[in-house]
Design a protein around this ligand. Sequence first.
Ligand code: BGC
Length: 505
Amino acid sequence: MLVLTLLACAPEEDSGNPIVYAFPEGFRWGAAGAAHQIEGGNTNNNWYQFETLPEFAGKTVEPSGAGVDGYARYESDADLLVDLGADVYRLSIEWSRVEPERDVWDEAEWAHYLAVIEALRARGVEPMITLHHFTDPIWTYDLRDLECASGPTDTNMCGWTNPEVPAEFAEFAAEAARRFGHLVDEWTTFNEPGGYLLSGYLGGAFPPGEMNLSREDVGARILPVAAGMLDANAAAYASVKAADVIDADGDGIIARVGFTNSIQWILPADPDDPADVAAADRVRDLYGYLFPDAMINGLFDRDLDGVPEEEHPEWAGTCDLLGYQYYFRMYVISLPNFPPVEAVPCDATMLGLFGLDPAVLGCPDVHADDVTQMGYEHFSPGLGLLAPQMAERYPGTPLRVTEAGIATTSGQRRGESIVRQLAGLSEAIEAGSPVDGYIHWSLTDNFEWAHGYHPRFGLYTVDLDTFERTPTEGVDVFAQIIADNGIRRDLWEKYGEGDHLSPGE
Ligand code: BGC
């Protein structure tokens, strides 16, 4: 029915291959990457320590090593964006490169990022800069001394709960904005602070590898780290606004500063069980809303009861653009006494961290073809379904999809994922959700954190010996959608129909 409605108003309705899902004029199209995942040779941050120190052995399947040689290949990678027709590239600046020691700038590294940004601008691609994408300089929190035995020093500041660390982050942000403000108008402070927090301080899958599983630990450790990050966000927001005073491309935007939020499609494992329904709400509140509630409304749910009542006017209004990042459907089971919110997600990898088995807990079966290389369930409608949910909770805040993608080696599956997710997004926008763009994760294959290099998210796949980039079928599909600012009937017929992904890895 909806397809027919869109057909009727598509501009090329008589072409024989009309646009069946359209996007608004001026919709932004892009792809993303992140420094530590592509550059290689990032040896001065906590992830490098996590990958290489013996005490964290087994936490990651392999080290990031040479990355995908992204540090050296930034010009030819920028050409790939041109081939796609993308007008935005979301990239991160590696803080530990430009500030290898506290208050010491590395001019050669700043020059490198200037060259990267100039290469993008020279090709008509707008850089969207992320200041923190999961990695911290070692001097902010050294994994060799997590206890901070001798208290904070300039070489180990002991992490976000030391108020000097948010201040240092804001100084780095100001420096980036001062140096690049004439070329950059869109800034992201934190990438997925919720994922960073819960993976690093609850499940232990990210550095610093902490598992804070008692109720006391959650209050004493996890929430204070979140509060430190919120201080850092507010300080960086203010410092970027003050330092970037130039509209780089004359579009009226001088410095739009936001963050990107991981938010999945979360459902109760048993929709008829009120305990699971309430558990799913609690997980959604913690995982999806803790940070945006604080940054947009200045309200913090410190006791994690689902009601953000702690007032922080100093955090309010520190998000001009809410990026959302979607990858999977997640079922939730109520599990009394399991911190932090008496619930567990039906995700084999996450449950494995706690020695729990999804089948024993009663998690629903997932269709085998929908399981990706990441082990979770790809559910295409989620991307569109989430947009009205966030628009309703954060009225007045513009939204952008800043990441979505699939880990697969199958061109057909990647095409299906792109076409189906974007069809749902088109419907959501048509129905009024204020989403202004879509940025695909990711431009090339890359280092997928604890999973190493096995998951293949790239539109361009990378030979890990030669670093040669080869377009996947996803490039043809995405480039055609970008060129048409919509999905034509032939793409929909080839990739859109079907309740499940095609079989494949
Ligand atoms: C992160 C990326 C990651 C992607 C795919 C997002 O959570 O921002 O760094 O590679 O998901 O797992």
